[in-house]
Design a protein around this ligand. Structure first.
Ligand SMILES: [Zn+2]
Length: 248
């Protein structure tokens, strides 16, 4: 049976920490004394640590995409008090692979492109995006988008879309310039600010928003799949984000 440390070493092979942005805080977030040398039996994988808190007490390791300690609080009260109390009570190691997992080969951006059956040409947006060709029909891509997220929203002209930029999560700065450089017909993102979207539409570039969680979840599921494949006797479970209500 693997130690927690070995599982983390494997995750760092998949998502090398030096791929992370300077402002980011990936890696070990919380570690009980001796936590890394414990046997790993149960691993939870989640987009965000707060999604896994209810069940973290049974886990040895909680792997998340968003770092728990991103903007550390200056005072522990309210929500932070409840979160930290649950984290400490869980007595598990919390580990995050964030912008390093976004950029990594087979990481969040790559996996989203693959889940949409797109053909990845190359990296874009400083590694956070993937420039892709649409191998099938526009209709097939629309169906894939619809199947991936119930929040899928399409803006602009979708006719003849053949070159797209895929950027999971929040769209990065400089997105419009990058789209113009790459000559894409459409952008597929988790979320895009209103003015950026308006600029893209003015340039004749269609915009698809999937919702932040839905755009990153495939990458989280893929991380769980690879850990499961590597450590056969490990119980690896993906904790989904909280349910949302869609009003039609
Ligand atoms: Zn995110």
């Amino acid at each position: 049976m693997a130690m927690v440390r070995e599982v983390i070493d494997f995750v760092e092979e998949l998502a090398p920490p030096d791929l992370a942005e300077d402002w980011d805080n990936p890696g070990i977030q919380v570690c009980p004394p001796g936590g890394l040398d414990r046997k790993a039996e149960r691993v939870l994988v989640a987009l965000d640590a707060t999604h896994a808190l209810e069940r973290a007490g049974d886990a040895d390791l909680v792997l998340t995409h968003h770092p728990l300690l991103f903007r550390p609080p200056r005072r522990i009260g309210g929500r932070w008090y409840r979160v930290l109390r649950a984290v400490l009570e869980a007595d598990a190691v919390f580990y995050a692979a964030h912008t390093n997992l976004d950029r990594a080969e087979g990481g969040v951006a790559d996996t989203l492109a693959r889940r949409l059956n797109l053909r990845v040409e190359r990296e874009a947006c400083d590694g956070f995006g993937r420039l892709c060709e649409v191998p099938g029909s526009e209709e097939e891509l629309l169906n894939a988008l619809r199947n991936l997220s119930p929040l899928t929203t399409v803006y602009g002209d979708w006719e003849g879309v053949s070159r797209v930029l895929v950027v999971p999560g929040a769209a990065p700065d400089g997105l419009v310039m990058e789209c113009l450089r790459c000559g894409v017909d459409a952008v597929i993102a988790g979320e895009i600010k209103y003015h950026t979207r308006a600029e893209l539409l003015e340039e004749g570039i269609a915009v698809v928003e999937l919702g932040h969680e839905y755009s990153e979840l495939p990458g989280v599921q893929e991380l769980a799949r690879r850990v499961r494949e590597e450590f056969r006797d490990l119980n690896v479970e993906v904790v989904p984000p909280p349910d949302i209500t869609i009003i039609r």
